[in-house]
Design a protein around this ligand. Structure first.
Ligand code: GDP
Length: 444
């Protein structure tokens, strides 16, 4: 997500950073460019306007223009305002109610509602050790109920037995009764969708809402539909009342307009992101981290967390702390390359690494594959410990030796060193952002 926007903003800020001093006119020009970039990312106009006004107001402040690094200060302001626009506080699904906690899933057909219901149920079961019951209220499409049952089997979550001829409200009530009698912690109700918003759909959702008084009403919306997803959310919020949004198909959404406008337009928080078809392709929504990703500062925290799931948690924590202190060694990089390889996919992870956006562009067409990762690891492990600790000593003859040792070319060695430098620099910057923009707090 956000590739286009990230690239556009990156070039605006590169230009700003290059200037020693900034004038109001420089800021105005930059803001015009930021505005166009946001509109091209399909962000809602009122949200763009408010954003640009806020940034401009803060950026032309005396302290900024006179500061030693005005360009950097503007980037920080944009970062903070982006976080604000995305909804500063990340919110998770609340289970703070008497069991069984009813969660109502609403949305248009095809938005990913059923899949997301199963994804959330699985996560509550695995991460929070909750006993979850799922029930499909779709009485018009038998296939929908069957789909939920199969997903339930797949993720190891119970589904309410199907009884023919019941109304959605009757199914919802039966689910709650079963939830109570059988000691479930959470009951997830997957309502029927329609291909477009109609009064029947809304009335049905309201009737179920009134019958079970859900603790959360989550709207599931397809990010790929851009501003239509935002309109859908607004409609559901006005007519049924929602407590949060789950944005799906974020994996295929390069623009990010829906994600960026949702909070500003609907006032409701995005709580989770669907990032693929598999049952574990679900992510928490962290405004800080996304803002960091958009601004090319990388999302070290998510990366480290993802790694921690597959790899030693303590080691990952240590790596993260070292990165934040600005000491990112070639050994860290080698460990990271290995983790990336172990984690399988490169696509998603690439976006999380600081400075890698540019690198990805440089390598466009170079076919970044597992082989490449292995070669880079080989290059680093062909260095001596002293070289890894202090890459400055790597003169031409040492580079030649390393290339020969790893079966690569000197230019491959140079590329790895350049990449390491870029990454270390970006990590330092992220660490330096300090305050609200810092990653520090996230480590607790
Ligand atoms: P529903 O009609 O709203 O219940 O939608 P479904 O849950 O049946 O999902 C429709 C299609 O979207 C299915 O093929 C899902 O696998 C797919 N899908 C759901 N969420 C995501 C996601 O986050 N990313 C991708 N790529 N596909 C998704």
């Amino acid at each position: 997500m956000f590739e286009g926007l990230s690239e556009r903003l990156g070039s605006v800020f590169d230009r700003l950073r290059k200037r020693g001093a900034l004038s109001e006119a420089d800021v105005a020009t930059a803001m015009r460019e930021v505005r166009v970039a946001l509109l091209e990312a399909d962000v809602a106009l009122p949200v763009v306007k408010q954003f640009v006004d806020k940034v401009r107001e803060r950026a032309v402040g005396r302290e900024v223009l006179r500061s030693v690094t005005p360009g950097q200060m503007v980037v920080k302001i944009v970062h903070d305002e982006l976080v604000d626009m995305l909804g500063s506080d990340s919110q998770s699904i609340s289970l703070n109610a008497p069991a069984p906690v009813p969660i109502l899933m609403v949305g248009l057909q095809g938005g990913g509602k059923t899949t997301t219901t199963a994804k959330i149920a699985r996560r509550l079961k695995d991460r929070e050790r909750k006993k979850v019951l799922m029930a499909s209220l779709d009485v018009t499409r038998p296939a929908a109920r069957e789909q939920l049952r199969i997903l339930g089997e797949q993720v190891g979550v119970a589904t309410l037995p199907i009884v023919q001829g019941e109304t959605p409200v009757a199914i919802a009530k039966r689910a709650m009764t079963a939830g109570k009698l059988q000691g479930f912690d959470v009951v997830m109700l997957d309502t029927a969708g329609r291909t477009s918003i109609d009064e029947g759909l809304m009335a049905e959702a309201r009737a179920v809402r009134d019958a079970v008084n859900p603790h959360e009403v989550l709207l599931v919306a397809d990010a790929l539909t851009g501003q239509d997803a935002v309109t859908t959310a607004t409609n559901f919020h006005e007519r049924v009342g929602i407590t949060g949004i789950v944005l799906t198909r974020v994996d295929g959404d390069s623009r990010g307009g829906a994600a960026l406008s949702m909070r500003g337009v609907t006032g409701m928080p995005i709580k989770m992101l669907g990032v693929g078809e598999k049952v574990d392709d679900l992510e928490d929504f962290h405004p800080e981290r996304l803002a960091g990703r958009i601004l090319g500062m990388g999302d070290v925290v998510s990366l480290v967390e993802k790694a921690a799931e597959t790899i030693d948690a303590e080691e990952a924590q240590k790596t993260a702390e070292r990165m934040m202190r600005g000491t990112f060694t070639l050994d860290d990089m080698a460990a990271q390359l290995k983790q990336v390889r172990q984690l399988g996919g490169l696509g998603g992870i690439m976006g999380m690494l600081p400075g890698i956006g540019k690198l990805k562009k440089q390598m466009a067409g170079a076919n970044i594959d597992e082989g490449m990762l292995k070669r880079q690891e080989a290059i680093i492990s062909s260095m001596t410990r002293a070289e890894r600790r202090n890459p400055k000593i790597l003169n031409a003859s040492r580079r030649k030796r390393i290339a020969a040792g790893s079966g690569t070319q000197v230019q491959d060695v140079n590329k790895v060193l350049k990449q390491h430098q870029d990454m270390a620099r970006m990590m330092k910057q992220v660490g330096k952002m300090g305050g609200k923009g810092a990653l520090a707090g996230l480590f607790g």
